[in-house]
Design a protein around this ligand. Structure first.
Ligand code: HAM
Length: 434
């Protein structure tokens, strides 16, 4: 054991010791990568079909963006952020969510001058210092959509259509439940919070410490407290839906009626208030019932652009947890036969055959086929073993004799049948399409 200094930091112990991944992070490898690619492909297809624009923003932002954007009384900002001073003394935070970053980018890049409404989607990693459990990580990935410039309930519906469509295409729409609510606008919320506080005050002594803090700083979060003793006290708590102004009530009814008429199933859950401060009016969550986890959440946030220094701009969006979606696909065995294996593996018995073979292989690859070739100079037997392991559909064999006669043998790895064809791109392709 000794101490070593690397990059100015003293490390205790053996420098040759194995370095392992950080708590709450995962390597996405091999078969799992194929499931991720499958989900991402479906996301990209849907976003293309809905005519949405992709946005990519930095992984780290000024800490103030999240304090102001997400709300400095939220658990995310208070307890879960990866915040540090950079070498220039700036307070930096690894993004715990992407809505605030997208809004910052929308304002900073003058995107309000683009055709409105502007619909921006993303897939991005984010970071929250959370207690780990199945499906809850410190680094995780969301697919999100943010729509700027429409105050119509139809924009809320569009975000629900996009998110629901992903679950549908992946075959898991019946494994997630969509719950929606309205948390009203500033006007209805002011009246509601008065009523809520009046109800909670005489019961506060029996409630958890978190609720005592929430009572002062963020009373609406009391509603979704998971502590048993708080749930008992909150049995007859007034609900925001009973305090909605005419406009908020009518918008919420329109959202519900439209979901009914387009056949997207949902339940109204008056307890949904969401864990981020920027929401107003429609809010919703997708719950993976059997996993007991939220697969996604979203809603309207009409004041956030203004809060972050832009012009008043209505906005609505969602974020779905891709890690949890992958977990669901695995849980329900919905990912068998996902991913592609090689159409063909080229064995070369003599490396003199390599120059000719690689030119043919590259041309077949250019035509869209997945082709692998020996790069180890291994024995024919080892090459066949490898082709079998990677589940290649066909093997193309070029021995000395074949090279001399400008021929090759194509073996179907499924049934073992073989055929001889000319050593020519078109003939080989015909051979594997037979
Ligand atoms: P959120 O509810 O905090 O909303 O997160 C959205 C989804 O991200 C969750 O429903 C869950 O699937 C996933 N997620 C959150 N934390 C973790 C974690 N620790 N591990 C794995 N998955 C996680 C937002 O972030 C909002 N920005 C969504 C939004 C966009 N609202 C409007 N626009």
């Amino acid at each position: 054991m000794h101490n070593t200094r690397l990059c100015g930091i003293i490390f205790h112990g053996d420098v040759t010791m194995k370095i392992t991944k950080q708590k709450g992070t995962r390597d996405i490898i091999l078969e799992d990568t194929k499931i991720w690619q499958y989900v991402e492909k479906n996301i990209r297809d849907i976003c293309r079909e809905y005519n949405l624009n992709e946005i990519r923003t930095p992984v780290f932002e000024a800490t103030e963006l999240f304090a102001r954007g997400v709300g400095d009384e939220t658990d995310i900002v208070n307890k879960e952020m990866y915040t540090f001073l950079d070498k220039g003394g700036r307070s930096i935070t690894l993004r715990p969510e992407l809505t605030a970053g997208v809004v910052r980018s929308y304002i900073e890049n003058g995107m309000m001058s683009q055709a409105s409404p502007l619909k921006l989607w993303y897939i991005g990693n984010m970071y929250r210092y959370e207690k780990m459990q199945k499906g809850r990580y410190r680094e995780f990935t969301q697919f999100g959509l943010e729509i700027f410039g429409s105050s119509s309930y139809l924009a809320d519906i569009e975000t629900i259509c996009v998110s629901y469509e992903l679950f549908k295409r992946l075959g898991i729409s019946d494994k997630v439940e969509l719950s929606i609510n309205s948390i009203g606008c500033e006007t209805c919320r002011k009246k509601y919070i008065e009523a809520l506080k009046a109800y909670v005050l005489p019961r506060l002594d029996n409630m958890c410490d978190n609720c005592k803090v929430r009572y002062e700083k963020n009373p609406m979060r009391i509603i979704d407290c998971k502590e048993e003793k708080c749930k008992v006290e909150l049995e007859n708590v007034p609900m925001i839906t009973d305090y909605l102004c005419d406009e908020c009530r009518s918008d919420f009814e329109k959202v519900c009626n439209t979901l009914n008429s387009i056949g997207i199933p949902y339940v109204i859950d008056k307890k949904i208030v969401r864990g981020l401060d920027y929401y107003n009016k429609t809010v919703y969550e997708y719950t993976a019932k059997d996993l007991g986890l939220a697969a996604g959440g979203g809603g309207r946030y009409d004041k956030l652009v203004e809060t972050l220094g832009g012009n008043t701009t209505p906005a609505v969006g969602f974020g779905l947890g891709i890690d949890r979606i992958v977990l669901l696909l695995k849980e329900y065995n919905m990912c068998e036969n996902i991913g592609e294996s090689a159409d063909m593996y080229f064995t070369i018995i003599d490396d003199l055959a390599y120059p000719k073979a690689i030119n043919i292989v590259n041309e077949i690859r250019r035509r869209g086929y997945i082709v692998d070739i020996d790069i180890c100079n291994r024995s024919f037997k080892s090459q066949l073993k490898y082709a079998d392991k990677i589940k290649a559909k066909y093997v193309c064999i070029i021995g000395e004799e074949e090279l001399k006669n400008n021929k090759c043998i194509i073996r179907n790895m499924n049934d073992g049948t073989q055929s001889e064809v000319a050593l020519d791109v078109c003939d080989i392709i015909k051979g594997i399409e037979r």
